[in-house]
Design a protein around this ligand. Structure first.
Ligand code: IMP
Ligand code: MG
Length: 184
């Protein structure tokens, strides 16, 4: 049976979302990503920088598969407001609290759509003069391929759909869902 038929849909604010990606598939993918990071950062001590709010679930799971010395910090951006369409305006709501000079940085994103947020964060991080900056995103929408940002670790490439769950919200709801759902 395909993933698609295993679970029911959910309703949020009168919109119907259909099951899209299982918790199991997500975890398998994250383990693979962590294995690659552990290999590539052997002997290093990367700083993982999560982008709030969406990346907190992914960060928590990814970090627990990381075996190299590492640190974690978060920054908070606002771009989506309360809708399903990006405003395109990015505001920094909360800045970083750690010294990134000479460090190896891995930016952790839940999803990259237009790539505007990722581009904004990369510039912000680079201003701290780190040794290296890479980006890990659980999901990558095809629109991102048209932007200039390079996503180094990609969980799943998805089409232009709106997804929720596993940290991703719709008007701040649905972040608690263990699986990922797509807007019908
Ligand atoms: P970008 O700047 O267009 O790449 O958008 C990135 C941010 O928009 C992500 O970090 C998410 O917070 C949000 N976002 C983009 N697509 C979705 C989606 O399908 N569901 C929920 N949030 C999304
Ligand atoms: Mg986000």
């Amino acid at each position: 049976m395909s993933d698609h038929h295993m679970k029911k849909s959910v309703s949020i604010n009168n919109d119907i979302f259909e099951f899209y990606l299982s918790e199991k598939k997500i975890q398998t993918k994250i383990r693979q990503m962590a294995r690659q990071i552990n290999k590539e950062y052997r002997g290093k001590a990367p700083v993982f920088i999560g982008v709030l709010n969406g990346s907190f679930v992914f960060m928590a799971d990814l970090l627990r598969y990381i075996t190299v010395d590492c640190e974690v910090d978060f920054l908070k951006l606002s771009s989506y407001g309360h809708t399903k369409i990006s405003s395109g305006k990015i505001r920094l709501l909360e800045d970083l609290n750690c010294d990134l000079k000479g460090r190896d940085i891995i930016v952790v994103e839940d999803i990259v759509d237009s790539g505007l947020s990722a581009d904004f964060i990369i510039r912000l991080v680079r201003a701290h003069k780190p040794r290296s900056v890479k980006v890990a995103s659980l999901l990558l929408k095809e629109a991102a391929l048209k932007s200039n940002v390079k996503i180094d670790y990609i969980g799943f490439r998805i089409p232009h759909i709106f997804v929720i769950g596993y940290g991703l919200d719709y008007a701040q709801k649905a972040r608690n869902l263990r699986d990922i759902y797509q807007l019908k």
